[in-house]
Ligand binder design. Structure first.
Ligand code: 5AD
Ligand code: SF4
Length: 450
């Protein structure tokens, strides 16, 4: 390829890990057209804004970023392809072009395998291209194998979309119906990642534990079985999955936590609320005690399992007593990590128009109270790790000279003084200190597992 054919792509990613994965795959799809990475949008021939619609002011954030990119595009005499991808693109569609006519491509999360064709069409037509349909073909069947190694840790999307229709959530509308990739393609992609140096894979899906597929003889597989197959891949040291729904936490999956040493003892299991009234209004189809029972079973299967969760405060109809139920569930369970949000009205979702909307002041107060408790639990969990010897998978160099950094089994960042040759391997580390956002350690022994 000549210098003039070489083009540069910059992708800005907002939102969840699925979007991080999608951004990587969009870069893969565009690589055959000559697009390599640009560190900054200023240097790019094409900029993709991969957007998130999950909470407040999503669209406003997109338009303000687009305003900034418009200036860059103008400074380059218009020679920059501007694409808006992801869930805001899906939700807003043509509205984006009305408010930002300098955008060239608007594409939803299900159509990015068609990006090369869209780029060609945008260049030919000189007008904008919109692709927000849910196409009949499966995009995963049309994606090339990733040419660029993802790194020591990698994401692998195995399931997309959601059929659960929680009252508050836009995902069923932006990502569409639940769809599982085939076991064979997932295992092929996993082996390919490992052959390129990946040592930890996080299986991704909006409802990852709703994944279902078939084995070689047509027998039905759930996520537990898929994890067992993944664990057979040589040199794959660690497996994780996110995000799960309590309703799909079946016994085989729970048993996988007992049986598979490579399955890390850390689980993100959103519960949203501890009040049965609110859980019912949210259409979660489980109670707070169902969640407690699942947690008990998981901890029986894997005693050192650390839990993470998502919470929403101020869902329509939530009273002080309901909120107290949430606080009680948090106290009863004990979380190593958690994300909590004020309920945000998403247009088109059932809760948006429901009676009993909670005032902003009440949401603020409840969020602060909940976050104080969750912070306390997280700090206690991290402090409890000091003095332990934990296996750490080293992923890169640290911020200071001579430092290397990695993750504990519980996803905590760990840094220590050590040789860069350890990157990509797992070693036992004694945790010596607990900083606000990381742990410090010293090397106990080089395990050099890979
Ligand atoms: N308002 C607030 N939080 C929300 N989430 C999803 N939709 C909303 C909403 N409308 C949160 C949930 C979910 C996480 C990804 O985002 O807690 O688990
Ligand atoms: Fe955001 Fe949900 Fe879309 Fe992910 S799937 S980008 S969290 S709206």
């Amino acid at each position: 390829m000549t210098e003039t054919e070489r083009k540069r792509l910059h992708v800005i990613t907002w939102g969840c890990q699925m979007n991080v994965y999608d951004s990587g795959r969009m870069a893969d799809v565009l690589a055959p057209l000559g697009y390599g990475p640009a560190a900054e949008p200023d240097d790019a021939d094409m900029v993709i804004l991969n957007t998130c619609h999950i909470r407040d002011k999503a669209a406003e954030k997109v338009f303000s970023e687009l305003g900034r990119l418009r200036k860059l595009k103008e400074a380059r005499g218009g020679r920059m392809i501007l694409a808006v991808a992801g869930c805001v693109a899906q939700a807003e569609g043509a509205e984006i072009l009305v408010r930002a006519p300098y955008v060239d491509i608007v594409l939803g999360p299900q159509t990015y395998h068609r990006l090369p064709e869209m780029v060609a069409r945008a260049a030919r037509a000189g007008g904008a291209v919109i692709e927000t349909d849910f196409p009949p073909e499966d995009k995963f069947d049309h994606l090339p194998e990733s040419a660029t190694p993802q790194g020591v840790t990698a994401f692998l999307t195995i399931q997309e979309g959601c059929d659960k229709f929680c009252s508050f959530c836009v995902v069923p509308y932006t990502r569409g119906a639940e769809q599982s990739r085939s076991a064979a393609t997932i295992l092929r992609e996993a082996r390919h990642l490992v052959s390129q140096g990946t040592r930890e894979i996080t299986l991704l899906g909006q409802n990852v534990n709703a994944w279902h597929g078939e084995g070689g003889h047509g027998e039905g597989w759930g996520l537990g079985r898929l994890l067992r197959e993944m664990a057979e891949i040589p040199d794959l040291l660690r497996i994780r999955y996110a995000t799960s729904h309590p309703r799909d936490m079946d016994d085989d999956l729970i048993a996988a936590h007992r049986d598979i040493p490579a399955l890390m003892p850390f689980l993100h299991l959103p519960v949203q609320s501890g009040s049965d009234r609110v859980l019912s209004a949210m259409n979660r189809k489980h109670t707070a005690d169902d969640f407690r029972r699942i947690v008990d079973k998981l901890r029986t299967a894997r005693a050192d399992l650390a839990l993470s969760s998502d919470f929403i405060v101020g869902h329509p109809g939530e009273t002080e007593a309901d909120f107290e139920d949430t606080m009680r569930l948090v106290r009863d369970t004990g979380f190593a990590l958690a994300y909590s949000f004020k309920y945000s009205q998403r247009p088109g979702t059932p809760a948006a128009g429901a009676p009993g909307q909670v005032t902003e002041a009440d949401k603020d107060r409840r969020l602060q109270e909940l976050q104080a408790l969750l912070r306390e639990q997280q700090a206690a969990f991290n402090a409890g790790c000091v003095g332990l010897e934990l296996p750490v998978l080293f992923t890169g160099t640290g911020r200071h000279p001579g430092q290397i950094a990695g993750r504990s089994p519980f996803l905590q960042p760990v840094h220590l003084l050590g040789s860069a040759s350890l990157i990509g391997t797992e070693s036992l580390v004694r945790i010596v200190a607990n900083h606000p956002n990381s742990l410090a350690g010293t090397l106990v022994q080089e395990r050099r597992t890979a």
